[in-house]
Design a protein around this ligand. Structure first.
Ligand SMILES: C[S@@+](CC[C@H](N)C(=O)[O-])C[C@H]1O[C@@H](n2cnc3c(N)ncnc32)[C@H](O)[C@@H]1O
Length: 214
């Protein structure tokens, strides 16, 4: 069964993106992550959406590639310009080994089951230079009781859940993990920072992680 299907939902969202959407404003964590980067650093925005981070990073003078499986998001990035866009899937990156100084995966790589996630992490590890950094988010297990109290749901394989929440991306598989599980998934990385943070909605816990490739 194919579990990395959430890009279909996001493609529809990006086709109807409206001015003022939260998906157009870069996250403070991304800005502070990039503050110490060397000029001209090569950055991959993995699952770039409509490019709020890719475009901001390019405006800082970095060489940015935005990759997504949703063509409607990439079309928005192309309209703005200044960023290379690539239509591809996160678990099969069309880049040489050690192509990037830094990789960003904000609210992206948990879209699928553990096989997809492990393949994606292996690809991130492969395309990053040694000493390069990864900033990303993951869904925290602390979030599961809130989801389960709101929508009927089921675990389709270890830590991968779908919920009966029509019109949301929760109908597509999402992966939830504890800190211990997260660190085991990211073997070959040193953890520089890990925090469980509640996003806009109560109970919307996400791990924020900054890792360095060994
Ligand atoms: C929640 S959005 C986040 C977008 C962007 N990172 C941001 O923070 O604005 C998730 C993005 O991941 C992309 N995505 C989901 N699964 C993917 C996959 N298997 N391969 C590539 N992109 C994927 C979606 O198309 C969508 O653009």
């Amino acid at each position: 069964m194919k579990t990395d299907t959430a890009d279909q939902h996001w493609n529809d969202q990006w086709a109807g993106i409206e001015a003022g959407s939260k998906w157009l404003t870069p996250e403070a964590d991304v800005k502070s992550w990039a503050a110490a980067f060397a000029p001209g650093s090569r950055i991959l925005d993995l699952g770039a959406g409509v490019g709020r981070h890719a475009l901001w990073l390019a405006a800082q003078g970095f060489a940015v590639t935005a990759l997504d499986a949703a063509p409607e998001g990439l079309a928005e990035i192309d309209k703005a310009g200044g960023v290379d866009t690539i239509l591809a899937r996160m678990d099969k990156l069309p880049f040489e080994d050690h192509s990037f100084d830094h990789v960003l995966g904000w609210n992206v790589i948990y879209h699928g089951d553990e096989d997809i996630l492990l393949r994606t992490i292996a690809e991130i590890r492969r395309v990053l230079k040694p000493g390069g950094s990864y900033l990303g988010t993951m869904l925290s297990k602390r979030r599961l009781p809130h989801e389960r109290a709101t929508y009927p749901g089921r675990e389709i394989s270890r830590n991968a859940w779908v919920f009966d929440a029509p019109g949301t991306d929760k109908v597509h598989p999402h992966y939830f993990c504890s800190a211990e599980e997260l660190l085991a998934l990211f073997s070959g990385f040193e953890c520089a920072r890990l925090q469980d943070r509640e996003h806009e909605k109560p109970g919307s816990w996400h791990w924020h992680l900054t890792l360095e490739k060994l």
